[in-house]
Each structure stands twice: as C-alpha cells, then as structure tokens.
Ligand binder design. Structure first.
Ligand code: GLP
Length: 243
C-alpha cells in the first residue's frame, strides 16, 4: 500500500487528478473505474482543468462506474448517471457510448448485474479504480455484511448510508433504499486502486480500513490485500493514524 498525505481537500484532489493524468499518458485507452459522492467532485474538476489545457484526451477511454441507485432514471438529478454527466462526462471528449453505469431502471436486477460483470470482463477489466469511502466503510455500495460479495449485486442501503446521502436530496424519504453495486471481486481485480478520503469524520473508519482486521463488516478493509493500492487522504482523515 502506498500512502500519499495531502495537506487538504484541494491538495488531495490535485494529487488524485495527477494519477489519472499519469495513467492516461501511459495508456490512452485505459478503462477507468469511477466513483461518485462529494469526495470526487473536486477530483473531476481538476481532471477537467487539465483536459481544458489540452493535456488529456479521452477519445479512447472507457469508464465503468461503481454503482447506481435503483429506481432513479438518468434524468433525475440524484441519479449517479446524472452526477457523472454534470460533473465529468459533459466537460471532456469522452464518447457517451464508452461510459457505463448500472441501469437503475432495469426490469430484471439479476440480469442487469450479470450484464454489468460481463461488460467489465469484455472491456478487459479495470486499469485504474477511483474509490471513495463510506462512513461505515463501504466501497461502491458494498455495505457491511457477513460476506464479501464478489460480483455485481443489488444492495439494501444501511440506515447510516441513507442518512449520510440524504444531504443530496430534499427529504430523507426520497433517498432510494436500494442500489446496484459492482462487487468486491471486480474492484479488487483492478490493476491500480486509488482510494481518496478527506475530512475528520472519516478518520476513525479510515484507520480501521487500512490497519484493522480484514472483515466484511468493514468492506473497505479488503483493500489491504490489493497489490497496488494508493491511498490519498488529507491531514484530517489521517488524524487517527500516526506516521
Ligand atoms: C456513496 C457512494 C460511494 C462513495 C461514498 C462516499 O454512497 N456510493 O461510491 O464513495 O458513498 O461518499 P462521499 O464522498 O460523499 O463521502
């Protein structure tokens, strides 16, 4: 595991954007695994800035997102498809047909999950996976449980996750209760994983994820077993870890 200590949120975003930049310079047809959430907003902004100055080309890039809420159409501003378009895809020269998220409006959830896994396989797997961290240790929407789910699956969101994510919705009742998430298997199969964490409220869970026992009750703890995990966190998030 490589630890990169950022001064603050801005610094964390710049460092993460630099890693994406380096990835695309080395492999212009990379498959990027992407995440949503507030952590990622500044990272996408910084990547867009580098793109705008002519340093990046997304023509041959494909993206696969970690997750999507069930029951929200892509036109709903709270859907992750909408988030990705607003915060990233609409500002770069990526072809929409190369941007993938699970379909939150699918008729057959099991079929959609299988399709998503097959899609990731057909792309040749993920070169670089960006990850945020949930307050309960979730990655993607792999919530704490008794097992690590290998494949894409439908998940019942935890009360704490619903509460945390309700800040993006008008009312807590509007937060979907279920989502489709990429499984731990596809995440762990990525060549490189970049885990980005900021803020003091994530300090206790970050410590558990990086140095606690590896267990499905703390889904992110499995990242300790990855061969090429890069953790970029700001000083607040590293507060409980002594270097
Ligand atoms: C959300 C997403 C995750 C994200 C995490 C942290 O529920 N499904 O992919 O990493 O929670 O979100 P935030 O960055 O807003 O703290």
């Amino acid at each position: 595991m490589e630890i990169i200590r950022a001064k603050n949120y801005q610094d964390m975003c710049r460092k993460a954007a630099n890693l994406i930049f380096a990835q695309l310079i080395q492999k212009n047809d990379s498959v990027l695994g992407l995440a949503t959430g507030s952590t990622m907003v500044g990272i996408y902004k910084d990547i867009i800035t580098r793109y705008s100055s002519g340093d990046l080309n997304f023509e041959k890039v494909a993206t696969v997102n970690l997750d999507e809420y069930l029951g929200l159409p892509s036109t709903n501003p709270q859907s992750y498809r909408y988030y990705m378009e607003e915060n990233f895809f609409n500002h770069i020269n990526i072809s929409p047909k190369n941007t993938y998220l699970p379909d939150g409006m699918c008729d057959d959830i099991n079929k959609e999950c299988k399709k998503y896994d097959m899609l990731i396989d057909s792309l040749g797997g993920i070169d670089l996976q960006l990850l945020g961290l949930g307050l309960d240790g979730h990655i993607g929407f792999n919530e704490p449980g008794n097992v690590f789910h290998k494949n894409s699956h439908c998940i019942q969101l935890n009360e704490s996750t619903i509460k945390a994510n309700s800040r993006f919705f008008d009312r807590i009742e509007d937060v979907p209760k279920r989502a489709i998430t990429m499984g731990i298997g596809s995440i762990m199969a990525a060549e490189t994983i970049v885990l980005c964490v900021n803020g003091e409220n994530k300090a206790p869970i970050l410590k558990q994820v990086l140095y606690g026992p590896i267990k499905p009750q703390i889904p992110g703890s499995i990242l300790q077993l990855h061969n090429n995990l890069i953790v970029i966190a700001d000083a607040d998030a590293f507060k409980e870890i002594s270097f």
